[in-house]
Design a binder for this molecule. Structure first.
Ligand SMILES: [Ca+2]
Ligand SMILES: [Ca+2]
Length: 169
């Protein structure tokens, strides 16, 4: 003889099982959607354009043939990402051992991803001791991005060959 109570309970548990399976599937779908949404937002907010600056060389020499090794040469390499045209500026600062500093602003328009610029400081190395060079670069177009590089070097002695001037080539 069938037990009606058992039958009702079996049906109830059966429905509950289906309900739980359904809930489990919905939460799986929600979970996978949440993961997809997170990955999507992570991809769209990641910087696509950037600038990286590296000071690859800093030394002194006699650039202007005035007989004084009082001219500082700094080679700066800029690496740009993911476009055909870039506009960037950089401040290059030369700090003498006494704390006296010279700062120059260079503006660059580039149609390539790699730019190497030779910075010439004529008649700047007039003191003995450590010289610090800082380059702070801002990508302005197509996005705003910042990077910096610092180098310390030590020209021996010190001499005076004239008025300080700067050139970037
Ligand atoms: Ca010189
Ligand atoms: Ca000079």
């Amino acid at each position: 003889m069938p037990n009606p109570t058992r039958k009702i309970l079996a049906n109830k548990f059966g429905n509950l099982k289906i309900l739980m399976l359904g809930f489990f599937l919905i939460s799986l779908m929600l979970g996978s959607n949440a993961v997809n949404a997170y990955q999507h937002s992570a991809q769209t907010t990641a910087p696509t354009h950037s600038i990286t600056v590296a000071i690859t060389h800093a030394s002194y020499t006699d650039l202007d043939n005035d007989g004084f090794e009082d001219d500082v040469v700094v080679i700066s390499d800029f690496y740009l990402q993911n476009d055909n045209f870039y506009e960037f500026i950089y401040f290059i600062t030369l700090i003498l051992p006494s704390g006296t500093y010279y700062q120059y602003l260079v503006q660059v328009w580039a149609w390539v991803d790699y730019v190497s610029i030779t910075n010439s400081f004529y008649n700047h190395a007039t003191e003995s001791g450590n010289y610090t060079v800082i380059i702070e670069a801002w990508l302005l177009n197509p996005d705003v991005y910042y990077d910096a590089s610092v180098v310390i070097f030590d020209p021996p002695g010190g001499s005076d060959g004239g008025k300080p001037t700067f050139g970037a080539t």
